[in-house]
Design a protein around this ligand. Structure first.
Ligand SMILES: O=C(O)COP(=O)(O)O
Length: 217
């Protein structure tokens, strides 16, 4: 089947956002009297939306609705002015995305990042390319890996799911691709391990963005 579209996860796949997410979350933890975590710990906290990031970062005995809501609100305020301090596009993606565009592939983003932050990140780091849809986390919609959210992407791309390669760095991404009927491609440069990607059903793992171009035919 000829591939007509590539859909990308954002955090850990297109953009290395780890430091800024960790800084904002650790700031909020300190503000509320909790211990911060090493940046590396956030590799496993990111991936299921910011509410779950906050829940995972809080001590177990502090995971009540009032504390979660307060920390989430404070996180959004801090991240709103720090989302681009250290965040950057992964190396090698510029050439690869240029190539995909040249070859006429449709492009989309499907992320659990809240929609306003996903849009800001696209404007600053990914504005060079045309995205058929940037689907972020929206209130009232389920998060990845729910098929309801990938269906919006498939509809916007106007392709059949089997014509789509989905690139992501986490188990959630591989489940997302499988639920959507996309081909699940794991990227090893992101936040999670190759083992996790394989166990979650990655059809293939790539280690450098340019390897993506070999998967098109
Ligand atoms: O969990 C998040 O906030 C974003 O994660 P994602 O871009 O990997 O979907």
């Amino acid at each position: 089947m000829t591939i007509k579209a590539c859909v990308f996860d954002m955090d850990g796949t297109l953009l290395n956002t780890l430091d800024d997410l960790a800084t904002s979350a650790n700031t909020v933890l300190r503000q509320h009297g909790f211990d911060p975590h090493p940046v590396e710990a956030y590799r496993t906290f990111v991936g299921s939306g910011v509410r779950n990031l906050i829940i995972r970062a809080l001590p177990e005995n502090a995971r009540n609705e009032a504390t979660i809501d307060a920390c989430l609100a404070a996180f959004k305020i801090h991240y709103d002015t720090h989302w681009a301090d250290q965040t950057h596009l992964y190396e090698g993606l510029t050439d690869t995305l240029d190539q995909l565009t040249k070859q006429g592939l449709k492009l989309a983003i499907l992320t659990n990042k809240p929609q306003p932050f996903a849009d800001l990140c696209v404007d600053k780091f990914l504005g060079r390319w045309t995205w058929n849809i940037v689907q972020g986390q929206q209130d009232g919609l389920p998060i990845k890996p729910d098929a309801a959210v990938s269906q919006k992407v498939t509809d916007a791309l106007e392709v059949s799911p089997a014509e789509v390669l989905y690139f992501g760095d986490s188990d959630v991404d591989m489940f997302t691709a499988r639920n959507a009927g996309y081909r699940a491609i794991g990227v090893s440069w992101g936040f999670r391990s190759i083992d996790e990607l394989n166990q979650a059903g990655a059809e293939q793992i790539i280690h450098q963005p340019h390897e993506l171009l070999n998967l098109l035919n």
